[in-house]
Design a protein around this ligand. Structure first.
Ligand code: NAP
Length: 242
């Protein structure tokens, strides 16, 4: 059975990506950190729409949990194979650098950058032996442009962009593509506190994006037809940055 693993699939962009993966016929592994109620909702909707999947809780910032819980799932599910990996889980913790605490730096870097490394390394083995795979990393405008107040987040996402380009070159001949999507402002819990009225004036399409609009691009990059696109970063930001 072919599976798609979506980290941070319980809410926001990850949830919309889970629905997209289910529409594409994948058995969806909905990863989450702690919000089981929202993760349950994602899985219930997938099933209601005729898809299938399961919850797979682990903290992407904790390499021991990844190795234990995801590693154990891979070992005990020989009939299933993760063909698509969407590294979507991420957090932000904004403050100017002079006031940034060690934990604020560590947590944001660990979640996005370490999470990418430890999850992808585990999943890559099966993709390499089957000579097929699709990896899509959800990065950010902040990782391309750099945003004040977000040096932790910008550094983490820029790190994942570099890793995306490097890994694409390592595994291209094995039928595995590695790409990233870089959303701008998307309506989710992460952007809840932002002043949309003010910010939309600087966005050429004059609104925030939706999780479904990001999921559409992720689905495209995860499709078999996108086989000749790898090492790329696709901006989904309403024209905000070029
Ligand atoms: P969100 O609504 O805050 O959802 C975050 C998701 O990530 C939740 O499912 C959460 O799980 C999960 N998560 C957080 N830390 C995790 C961890 N350590 N281990 C496993 N799962 C974890 O965020 P979002 O806006 O959908 O963002 C999704 C991705 O898009 C992130 O990488 C973010 O940086 C990126 N992004 C978002 C925007 C935007 O405007 N929203 C823009 C650019 C990039 P729980 O439910 O269990 O907490």
């Amino acid at each position: 059975m072919k599976c798609a693993l979506v980290t941070g699939g319980s809410r926001g962009i990850g949830r919309a990506v889970c629905y997209k993966m289910a529409q594409m016929g994948y058995y969806v592994l909905v990863n989450y950190k702690s919000n089981i109620a929202e993760a349950d909702k994602t899985l219930a909707q997938i099933k209601q729409d005729g898809g299938d999947g399961e919850l797979l809780q682990f903290d992407v910032a904790d390499k021991n949990e990844i190795n234990q819980l995801l590693g154990n799932w891979i070992e005990t599910n020989n009939d299933k194979y993760i063909e698509v990996l969407i590294n979507n889980a991420g957090i932000k913790d904004d403050v100017l650098m002079v006031w940034m605490q060690d934990e604020q730096w560590d947590n944001v870097i660990k979640t996005s950058l370490d999470g990418f490394f430890y999850v992808t390394r585990l999943v890559l083995n099966d993709m390499l032996s089957r000579k097929y795979g699709r990896i899509v990393n959800v990065v950010s405008l902040s990782g391309l442009k750099g945003l004040p107040g977000q040096i932790n987040y910008s550094a983490a996402k820029a790190g994942v962009i570099g890793a995306t380009k490097a890994l694409a070159q390592e595994v291209g001949r094995k039928g595995i593509t590695v790409n990233a999507v870089a959303p701008g402002f998307i309506k989710t819990d992460m952007t809840e506190g932002l002043d949309e009225k003010e910010l939309k004036s600087i966005i050429p399409v004059k609104r925030f994006g939706t999780p479904e609009e990001v999921a559409y691009a992720v689905g495209f990059l995860a499709s078999a037809e996108a086989a000749y696109i790898t090492g790329q970063v696709l901006s989904i930001n309403g024209g905000l940055y070029s």
